[in-house]
Design a binder for this molecule. Structure first.
Ligand code: ADP
Ligand code: ADP
Length: 227
């Protein structure tokens, strides 16, 4: 676990006239669940991708704990990301999907099995470990994608609209599951959504972006209480 600091982090896309993210300044505490919210195009994904190392930073810095990661490649950042489309490998079983990153990292099979089984238990996926992703529901696939991230025991967990492929009912139950899972694991989490209700129900704090600029950062309670 670790804190995350956006220290005036700025991204200007090549040919862009103004920054997609303009001097973003947020300190995310160790174990905190921070939601980045705002309309399409406000700079949420760009912020997350800068933190992941998938996007160049053109000004300012990003730190994980007290480590400056601004120019480190993704693999050296100790983060795990869950994407919108989950990107599961269709020809692999759930267990193999969840263990794949560890296998690549050279972790031995017994150790992978143990971690996969633990994650499956937490995520209620034990009975599905030998199935292929296409035999699962959308919500179950979403949990496999989470499991794949959890087994790596990252310091920081990133999620970009992870519920957008689920129907409305499943979205509500899954957001509760994600929030309680995060609290149990206590992994510092940055979660991107355009959905205000999702942001206010899930986040310890919510950061509102507009046109690449941070508008406010506060707890849901304080935001609700605002007249
Ligand atoms: P959000 O995730 O909030 O929808 P983005 O971070 O994707 O917003 O985009 C922020 C701004 O940067 C938008 O104006 C978008 O058009 C622009 N943008 C995003 N990706 C690129 C890119 N690869 N090249 C140029 N401009 C981009
Ligand atoms: P390989 O496919 O390389 O022969 P395995 O069949 O043991 O190796 O599976 C690949 C990885 O996925 C293993 O490291 C294993 O720990 C994990 N795995 C496979 N099946 C299960 C399962 N039913 N429960 C937990 N982990 C599993």
């Amino acid at each position: 676990m670790a804190s995350v600091t956006f220290d005036k982090a700025t991204r200007i896309y090549p040919g862009g006239t103004k920054p997609a993210v303009d001097q973003l300044e947020i300190e995310i505490a160790d174990g905190e669940f921070l939601v980045l919210v705002g309309p399409s195009g406000c700079g949420k994904s760009t912020s997350l991708r800068m933190l992941a190392g998938l996007e160049d930073v053109n000004g300012g810095a990003i730190r994980i704990g007290d480590r400056d990661v601004t120019h480190l490649p993704p693999k050296d950042r100790d983060i795990a990301m869950v994407f919108q489309n989950y990107a599961l490998y269709p020809h692999m079983t759930v267990a193999d999907n969840m263990g794949f990153a560890l296998k690549i990292a050279g972790v031995n099979k017994a150790e992978i099995r143990k971690k996969v089984e633990e994650a499956a238990k937490i995520l209620d996926l034990t009975e599905y470990l030998d199935r292929k992703p296409k035999a699962l529901s959308g919500g179950q696939r979403q949990r496999v994608a989470m499991g794949r991230a959890i087994v790596r025991e990252p310091q920081v967990f990133l999620m970009d609209e992870p519920l957008s492929n689920l129907d409305a009912k499943l979205r509500v139950s899954t957001r509760t599951q994600i929030a309680s899972l995060q609290r149990r694991l206590g992994i510092t989490t940055v979660y991107v959504t355009h959905d205000q209700v999702e942001a206010l129900t899930m986040g310890d704090r919510v950061a509102v972006l507009k046109d690449g600029l941070l508008q406010q950062v506060d707890t849901p309670r304080n935001m609700y209480d605002r007249p």
